[in-house]
Design a protein around this ligand. Structure first.
Ligand code: ADP
Ligand code: MG
Length: 606
């Protein structure tokens, strides 16, 4: 057997780094400014422990664009590099000086604010440059040096006359990247990536960043006003104010800080432009946080900052990263904690915000079992009288009246208060309480909740006649004989489309309508599901037809009167009129049939 080392040629690997390390060329600026920030923070750390005895002085990092010379310069007053350090840190690709520094000083001082990690960031400058120069002077004794490289593995290193401590990185921008010579473009990039960096960044004589953003401060030191102002700082083009916020601050078992805001969520979820922003040690990484926070939390706004989320890695890596998974479930827990706290502390206030957070909470309950368990305590259900109950409270409230003879608890609901008005009124006249479940997500939500309940079902108010929705004792006797029903049935069937309506007789109360239209709960749910493309594998059956029951109230005096009518033309006219009234109350009478109904009504009045 033979063992050996694979020989990696720098000539071959360099173009690969250039091309594939980062998909986005613009991040070169983020990398170089981060290095400048690191250099400054390292100097501060050295000054603190007395290893650097000179004056630190003013340390703003400056970005200069020279359109004529086609250069971008990043200038810092940090710790600088000696010639040997340049050879080690810059010429050795993937040797991170940042990591080395952290390992060396972590026991002596706080080095948590150093950004670098992989020792690859600097090379991103070659994605946009035909040549890169470094002019640097270390805080240590010795001459300054100038390094130059055109992107091939060959470089030059020489002494330089520079006297001041610090580093200038000068990028000679390649022709295919001249978009970066537009000051407006640089301004945009700085605002995107560097807005909250911890060292002052100067561009065109202005400081562009806030070095102490709210999420880095102690929650106790911030007022509600501070949080609102920070929201505006994050989303300068947003007109809305957030409903409330959560300040995250964890340091074990992972590091995570941040502020999440609850916005008002519209019924229709829009394409969201103000998204959660992800930072790593105050450096912006991304605002597509799909793999880091659970889907339902993407409706929130704000910032997350975790040094444990690596800067330069791919999405697929993020997805499988253990830290990322922990962060995700931690955030879910914190959000549930906050909602529960708000609910307990001031229920009235919580209720006043309910409409704005309802979609978010229902979506969360549907998609995350742990969140669902927590949300049982604060998820609310609104009745047609605008009373808000938790599911438990509602069940307790309806127990005496809405338990059927099989001891099943019946949750009544409406999907449209105006269209189902007469059915709601009938239910209320029995003392029943009807829930309003009228958003698109609600139909999923009903199915979901029902599977978690024992001995209970959800039934829409118009799914059947009221006495059949909640079956109590045996129904009252019918005033019509079977023979009377049999003769009247074909008369009714003549005036309505037979393929759509099934005529049934029921002995309802005299006070109920003479004729009613109902649609069985299972029928409607099947239709709803196939309309949404789901249907639990029933999609192949196509959309089921609309089928209704036409219920004739055999105890209603009007029905007896129609049956007694000897003029068969008049009898048909009255039957049609009564059936049309029923259709009308369900909003099912339309077009020509509606026109005819109005004409007939006028004739009958005359
Ligand atoms: P990383 O930042 O991950 O360590 P980089 O490729 O970005 O890797 O940088 C390599 C090293 O070069 C840094 O760790 C640092 O030691 C050195 N370096 C880069 N830029 C500067 C700078 N502006 N001032 C001082 N040292 C720098
Ligand atoms: Mg770096």
């Amino acid at each position: 057997m033979k063992t050996g080392k694979i020989n990696v040629q720098t000539e071959n690997i360099f173009p690969i780094i250039k091309k594939f390390l980062y998909s986005d060329h613009e991040i070169f600026l983020r990398e170089l400014v981060s290095n400048a920030v690191d250099a400054t923070q390292k100097l501060n750390a050295l000054a603190k422990i007395g290893e650097y005895k000179g004056e630190v002085g003013e340390t703003a990092i400056e970005i200069l664009v020279d359109k004529k010379k086609k250069t971008i310069s990043i200038k810092d007053k940090g710790l600088g590099m000696t010639g040997e350090e340049v050879e080690q840190y810059i010429n050795e690709v993937a040797f991170s000086g940042a990591e080395e520094f952290v390992n060396k000083y972590k026991d002596k001082t706080d080095v948590n604010n150093i950004i670098g990690h992989f020792g690859l960031g600097f090379y991103s400058s070659f994605m946009v440059s035909s040549k890169v120069e470094i002019i640097t002077k270390s805080y240590k004794e010795g001459k300054a040096v100038r390094w130059e490289c055109d992107g091939s593995p060959d470089y030059q290193l020489e002494e330089h006359k520079r006297k001041e401590r610090g580093t200038d990185i000068i990028l000679h921008i390649a022709d295919d990247s001249d978009e970066f010579l537009e000051p407006a473009r640089i301004q945009t990039l700085l605002t995107k990536y560097c807005k909250f960096l911890p060292v002052e960044i100067k561009f065109e004589d202005k400081i562009i960043n806030n070095t102490h953003p709210a999420w880095t401060k102690a929650p106790a030191s911030l007022t509600d006003e501070d949080y609102k102002n920070f929201y505006k700082e994050l989303y300068p083009y947003s007109f809305e104010e957030p409903l409330f916020h959560i300040h995250l601050n964890v340091d074990y078992p992972f590091n995570l800080t941040g502020i999440l805001y609850f916005p008002r969520i519209k019924q229709r979820i829009e394409v969201q432009k103000d998204k959660i922003q992800l930072y790593s040690r105050q450096v912006f990484i991304t605002d597509s946080v799909e793999n880091i926070v659970p889907d339902f939390l993407m409706l929130l706004r704000g910032v997350l900052d975790s040094p444990d989320i690596p800067l330069n890695v791919s999405r697929s890596y993020l997805q499988s990263d253990a830290n990322v998974k922990k962060i995700s479930s931690h955030i879910t827990k914190k959000v549930a904690d906050k909602l529960e706290e708000l609910f307990k502390k001031d229920r009235k206030d919580f209720e006043s915000k309910w409409e704005d957070i309802k979609v978010f909470i229902e979506y969360g309950m549907l998609s995350d079992e742990k969140f669902n368990e927590r949300a049982q305590k604060f998820a609310l259900f609104k009745t047609t009288d605008n009373i808000l109950y938790t599911l438990e409270e509602y069940a307790e409230k309806i127990k005496p009246l809405q338990t059927d003879k099989e001891k099943r608890l019946i949750y009544l609901y409406t999907t449209n208060i105006t269209e189902q008005h007469s059915y709601i009124e009938t239910a209320k006249s029995r003392g029943y309480e009807v829930l309003v479940l009228d958003t698109p997500i609600d139909s999923h939500f009903i199915n979901f909740i029902e599977t978690k309940l024992e001995n209970a079902s959800f039934v829409r108010v118009d799914a059947d006649t009221i006495d059949k929705l909640i079956k109590k004792e045996e129904s009252q006797p019918s005033k019509l004989s079977e023979q009377q029903q049999n003769t009247f049935k074909p008369i009714v069937e003549k005036v309505i489309p037979k393929e759509k309506f099934t005529v049934v007789f029921e002995s309802l109360s005299e006070k109920d309508s003479p004729i009613l239209i109902t649609q069985p709960e299972f029928m409607r749910r099947m239709k709803d599901m196939s309309a949404m493309g789901g249907g639990g594998g029933m999609g192949f059956m196509g959309t089921p037809p609309d089928m209704y029951n036409l219920v004739v109230n055999s105890n209603h005096p009007l029905i007896s009167k129609i049956i007694a009518e000897s003029d068969s033309g008049k009898q048909e006219q009255l039957t049609k009129q009564a059936a049309d009234l029923a259709l009308l109350s369900q909003n099912l009478l339309k077009g020509e049939e509606l026109t005819k109904f109005i004409k007939r009504s006028i004739e009958l009045i005359e």
